[in-house]
Design a protein around this ligand. Structure first.
Ligand code: SF4
Length: 226
């Protein structure tokens, strides 16, 4: 696969610090899903993507087993990503309504997309030491976004973990309650916004709809001034 990586990305991609996750990535990549039998899975940690001058960061918890772990790009190649990129396109943030693979020429307007954890965990449940191990990469990614204004977290687990890391880093307390569309002004003047995760389960049960996500993205765009 052809991909341009900066030095942080390269470090992330070659990381093997969490043995359980390294093993799981290997398992997932050797038990390919039916429709991807002919593909070579990425089978490594998945760094974030987007312009480092971005004002908006969209944050998930971890790459999907047959999404990011297969394609090498966060929210790429799975149903959650299909939903997300359709909405990002409608909101004028992405140049295409889909995200298929790392060579699809997808471009984002002032937006960086990443996950708190760079490796897929079994049952989507990371252990606290894995989150701790990977937090140094996540911190560096966020710090490298010098113009960052707004952080949009997808799903309660990503929101709660983002808050946990943030509280620890800045030694702050306070209640951060997850509610779709809820906004918090953080002590470093960035704005944290919660969103439902665009998972098939949330979409099928109508917890979130395309229109709800597009409305939120339009609001986010205004706040981030992108
Ligand atoms: S989760 Fe992060 S720290 Fe752990 S192996 Fe993957 S990239 Fe390394």
């Amino acid at each position: 696969m052809d991909i341009k990586l900066n030095s942080l990305d390269k470090t992330i991609v070659s990381c093997k610090k969490c043995p359980r996750l390294v093993k799981f990535i290997h398992k997932v990549s050797s038990n390919k899903r039916k429709q991807s039998m002919d593909e070579v899975y990425w089978a490594k940690p998945v760094p974030g993507f987007g312009n480092l001058k971005s004002k908006l960061a969209i944050i998930g918890l971890a790459p999907a087993a047959h999404g990011g772990t297969r394609t090498g790009r966060a929210f790429t190649g799975d149903k959650s990503g299909d939903f997300l990129f359709k909405c990002l396109f409608e909101a004028g943030i992405a140049n295409k309504p889909y995200s298929k693979n790392i060579n699809d020429n997808l471009k984002l307007k002032s937006t960086y997309i990443t996950n708190i954890l760079k490796c897929v965990p079994p049952e989507d449940k990371p252990l606290s030491n894995e989150l701790l191990n990977c937090s140094k990469f996540f911190d560096k990614e966020i710090l490298s976004l010098k113009r960052l204004k707004v952080i949009l977290t997808l799903g309660k687990v990503a929101f709660d973990n983002y808050v946990k890391l943030y509280k620890k880093k800045y030694n702050i307390n306070g209640k951060f309650i997850f509610r779709h569309g809820k906004m918090y002004l953080l002590p470093d003047n960035k704005i944290l916004i919660a969103s439902y995760h665009p998972s098939p389960r949330n979409v099928n049960t109508k917890i979130i709809s395309h229109q709800m996500m597009i409305n939120l993205l339009n609001k986010v765009k205004k706040i981030a001034k992108i």
